[in-house]
Design a protein around this ligand. Sequence first.
Ligand code: SF4
Length: 296
Amino acid sequence: MNAPAMNPDLQFSQSSLQDFVDCQRRFQLRYLLRLAWPAVESEPVMENERHMRLGAQFHQMIHQHLLGVPSERLANMLHDEILLGWWENYQAFLASDLGQALNAGQPTEFTHLHPEIGLASASLGCRLVAKYDLIVHTPSGKILIFDWKTSRHRPKRTSLSERVQTRLYPYLLVQAGAHLNAGQPIHPSQIEMIYWFANFPEQPESFPYDDRKYAADEGYINDLLAQILHKNAAASPLPGSQFPLTSDEKRCRFCAYRSLCDRGVQAGTVDLMDLDDEDTTIPITLDLEQIGEIEF
Ligand code: SF4
């Protein structure tokens, strides 16, 4: 049987590339075969759906605030305790040294804010895309990438540093962000990637960028794309795929395909996530990011 043709509309985002890194079979099922599988990713379902909905609402509120809607007006519309807590934490963050880079939603003529902005470039014939929560061009010439996280757990720095997002976002900003820098090429050393956690507001994580990281990330991303292209060309439909199941079965507890892969039926619970390493907390926020990228 012929290998499935690569979907010409397939865009490579941090979510899809992270899926390939975490489990090549999941990447194949989700993005190449586009197989919808009716299973929940984690329990309790209602609680997780609510958490994702609140996360999406929180992102929208920050977006509106950065576009100039007064904070008090946004806060008056809130009736959910979790969301209120996140919003208070965000207000405190704006008063912090780091948050002042945003000028509390009132940028000066020298500070440019680009909330909810998408960038794209091409490599090896593949389209790379990213949707940024916020890019800030500061008066000193620094360019800060902010990413808002509403996950219940705070990932360790080592875990975050290994995420595809931490590598793809600064790389793509250098590749495709010149129009945000008055038409001038962006130098890697101008960039800093910052994760801010709504549940851990005083513990942001920052990753300065430089030439060495840019070169390493270019190699890393191109290697992932080359692997995918090669495997797709050689792949036959399931079973016996070139895209193997992950050997880390902890990942399967929070994956919708677990019954298809014969890796169990029952979804993992949020309580169990507390016992796991930080990476297993990512799928809860992953879908939110995927929604944003699909829109982009
Ligand atoms: S159930 Fe496990 S092996 Fe199957 S796609 Fe999901 S993570 Fe991969």
